[in-house]
Write a protein that binds this ligand. Sequence first.
Ligand SMILES: [Zn+2]
Length: 382
Amino acid sequence: MLIPQSSPRIALKAPFLSIWLSLSVITDCVVHPYVYPREAVPNDTLRIIALGTGVPSIFKSQAATSYLLQLGSNERNILFDVGTGSIANLYATRVSLSTIDKVFISHAHSDHITDLAPLYALANGRPGPLQVWGPSGASEATGIAAIVEGLRQFLAWDQEARNKVMGREKGQPQNAIIAHQFDHNVTNQVIYEQDGIRITSTPVFHYATPGPVALRLDWNNISITFSGDTIPLQSFLDLGSGSDVVLHETVGPRNSFHLQDPTTRNILLNHTSQSEVGAIFQKLQPRLAIATHLSINEYSIVPILSGIRSTYPTGPLAIAQDFAVWDVSPSAVSQRKFVPVTTSAGYEFANPCPAQHDLEVDDDGDWPRAAVACCAAAMTGA
Ligand SMILES: [Zn+2]
């Protein structure tokens, strides 16, 4: 059992027993259910794209934790975590890696940081260095500064060779990575404030290992608070107070089979259950509640929803799945699904079809017939 007697887990009791099983309840109607690559973000809107919503064991259907936050129309892109597999999903959105230079890390578990490697290695044309904000650890070796230095060493040969291919000089800002380490143990600490964007951290509790934090972003009178990985805590309720969007982890569903295994029991007891996350949503009453860090399939979805709805019976709720997209403006919230481009972009180098042909998606959302026809014609010389 890893939780010490001093575990700060707060007790959250169920106020209701009713169970709702709707997949999601969002506050506003949506005209079109899909988002296609390169759709502009409205000026006043925070767009949240789920690049990874699952657990450390990744699957084709779910990468590990990562959320792309797009702030208005000027390609102001911020990543909250960059877990295993998430950069493949980023490629599939056609958001260029070179437009991302700010990553905020909740904690250094592999399912939250591993894809820093491709994000750092593969962005050609990023105008400045990749900047990574993250918490200190119990020792110098476990803080984000040492971790980023380790990544730089891990990719030293890659960068030396890639510099030759790209015609870059070593030390140019485009191929640099910089760590901004902050003290993990400071409550409600502003760790970034620039251009109307403020990001605040507060410590959370995860496997009794110093370092994990929750993060809150405020911009344009819109806010999102992200739990990272944690048990239920008063510090998160304080950070998330008044937040438009509450994005909170939950692991499970729990059942007697899981709890018989000591390792699985430790995992479950160092995260947040569905009834607990529902109670957090119920206390904070956000405009949009998102449950994340779940393995979603046809068997798990019903007990997951039942558990959350046992304590959060009626509020706006989404169960995060990869490629979910939420647009949050001061006056509206919508949920849609991204139509990812899941095949290689290589054909774009090899044929004369217009670059935007992957936007020409059929009415039913299938792979674009117009693009296929165009490429076929190009290859046959027609
Ligand atoms: Zn995790």
